[in-house]
Design a protein around this ligand. Structure first.
Ligand code: ACO
Length: 354
C-alpha cells in the first residue's frame, strides 16, 4: 500500500528578534506578564516588504535539499497560511513561480494553526490516490501586518528611532496587547513522498472543525461581507485586527487537543509510551503543559519553541519538526504525534511513523 512519508524539512526564521521588553516600549505590557501568561520570551519579525511566500520559498529550498530531491521532482504544492501576500491568488502559486517548479497544481489552504495537519492529510490522500508522488507542504505566516502600531512606533520599538508613541497611540496599541504579544513570523516546509515501505508514513489523521465558534477568534473586517471590502472606517475601528476571546480559546484548545490525541491514539491502539515525540501547536505554553499533564506525556517526549518564536500559526508544527529532525530527534521507525488547535475553530491530531 502506498503511504506518505516526510522525507525532508526546512525552515526560515526572519532576522529581527524582538524581546518582550521591546514590545513594552509601544504598549502597556511587561516581560513578566507575557512570560507568565504565555511562555513567549521573544519572536522574530520580517522587515517591511517581505511576503509570506518569501519565507515559504527559503524554507522550501531547505526542505528540498534536505530530502535530496530537486524542484523538478515536485508534482504538487500545498501552502497553508492565514496571512497570504495578497488577498488572491494564494501564496502557493507565488511560491511555485519563485521556486521555478513545473506547472503543478497548488492548493492554498487556510486552517490557521491547524493548517499543517490539514495539509498533511491532503498530501497523504493525494499520494494514496496516486495523484502525486512528491508533495511540497509549506506552512508560513507573517503576523506583523496585523500589528496596530504606526511606522514611527515600529522604529521606536526596534530601537531605530527616538520618537516615543503619543498617549493616544500607546492606548491604541494597548487595546490589542493580549493578542499582538503572542505572535511571530516564520516559514517552514516539508517534502512528503510516496513510499511502498510497510509501517512507514502518515498512520492516521483526525481533523475537526466547529464553525459555530468562529467568532472566538477571527478578523471582523476587510472581508467581502463589507462593501467595499476594505475602507478607512474599518481601519479606524480596528476591524482589520483579529478579535480573540482568549479565555474561551484557551478552554477549547485544551479540551479539543486532549480529546483528539486520545481518540487518535485509541483508534490506532497506541500507548503514550510507544510515542517517540509529541509536537504540539505553540499558542500558549500553559495550554500545552495542561494537555501534556492530562495525557501523561513525559517532558522528554515534548518539544517546544514558543519561548523563542511565539505562535507562528501554520509554520509552528513543521518548524518544530524541522528543529527535531536537525537535532537528530526524529529517526527511522519513530512514532510521532502532532496535535494542534486554532481559529476556525479547527483542531486535529496526526500520527506519523518516520
Ligand atoms: N500585557 C499585560 N497585561 C495584559 C496583556 C499584556 N500583553 N494582555 C492582557 N492583559 C491583561 C488584561 O487586560 C487583564 O487585565 P484585567 O484583569 O485588569 O482586566 C489581565 O491581563 C488578564 O487577562 P486575561 O485575558 O484574562 O489573561 P489570560 O490569563 O487569559 O491570558 C492569553 C491571555 C495569553 C491570551 C490566553 O487567554 C491565551 O493564550 N489564550 C489562547 C490563545 C490561543 O490559543 N489562540 C489560538 C491560536 S491562534 C490562531 O489560531 C491564529
Amino acid at each position: 500500500m502506498t503511504r506518505a512519508v516526510i522525507a525532508g524539512s526546512g525552515s526560515e526564521i526572519p532576522p529581527t528578534r524582538v524581546s518582550n521588553a521591546m514590545l513594552a516600549r509601544v504598549m502597556d505590557t511587561s516581560d513578566e506578564w507575557i512570560r507568565e501568561r504565555s511562555g513567549v520570551e521573544a519572536r522574530h519579525y520580517v522587515e517591511r516588504g517581505t511576503g509570506t511566500s518569501d519565507l515559504g520559498v527559503v524554507a522550501a529550498r531547505r526542505a528540498i535539499d534536505h530530502a535530496g530531491i530537486t524542484p523538478a521532482d515536485i508534482d504538487l504544492v500545498v501552502f497553508a497560511t492565514m496571512t497570504p501576500d495578497h488577498f488572491f491568488p494564494g501564496a502557493g502559486a507565488l511560491l511555485q513561480a519563485k521556486l521555478g517548479l513545473r506547472e503543478v497544481p497548488c492548493f492554498d489552504i487556510r486552517q490557521q494553526c491547524v493548517g499543517f495537519l490539514y495539509g498533511l492529510q491532503l498530501a497523504d490522500a493525494q499520494i494514496r490516490a496516486g495523484l502525486a508522488r512528491t508533495v511540497l507542504l509549506v506552512g508560513a505566516e507573517i503576523h506583523t501586518g496585523f500589528m496596530p502600531w504606526t511606522a514611527t512606533n515600529w522604529e521606536y520599538m526596534l530601537g531605530r528611532g527616538d520618537v516615543p508613541p503619543t498617549p493616544e497611540e500607546f492606548a491604541w496599541n494597548t487595546r490589542f496587547r493580549h493578542l499582538t504579544v503572542l505572535f511571530g513570523d516564520a516559514g517552514a516546509a516539508v517534502v512528503v513522498r510516496a513510499t511502498e515501505e510497510p509501517r512507514r508514513g502518515v498512520v492516521d489523521s483526525l481533523l475537526h472543525t466547529s464553525g459555530a465558534e468562529y467568532d472566538k477568534l477571527y478578523v471582523p473586517g476587510t472581508g467581502f461581507k463589507h462593501r467595499p471590502y476594505t475602507d478607512p472606517e474599518q481601519f479606524k475601528r480596528g476591524d482589520h485586527i483579529p478579535v480573540m476571546d482568549g479565555r474561551a480559546v484557551f478552554k477549547m484548545a485544551t479540551t479539543s487537543m486532549i480529546a483528539a490525541s486520545q481518540e487518535v491514539l485509541t483508534r490506532n491502539e497506541v500507548r503514550i509510551d510507544e510515542l517517540s515525540l509529541v509536537l504540539m501547536h505553540q499558542a500558549n505554553k500553559r495550554i500545552n503543559e495542561y494537555c501534556q499533564k492530562a495525557l501523561g506525556i513525559p517532558d522528554s517526549k515534548v518539544l517546544h519553541n514558543i519561548e523563542r518564536y511565539g505562535n507562528t500559526t501554520a509554520a509552528t508544527i513543521p518548524l518544530l519538526w524541522d528543529e527535531a529532525a536537525r537535532a537528530g530527534r526524529v529517526t527511522a521507525g519513530d512514532l510521532v504525534l502532532l496535535v494542534a488547535f486554532g481559529a476556525g475553530m479547527n483542531w486535529g491530531a496526526t500520527l506519523v511513523r518516520v
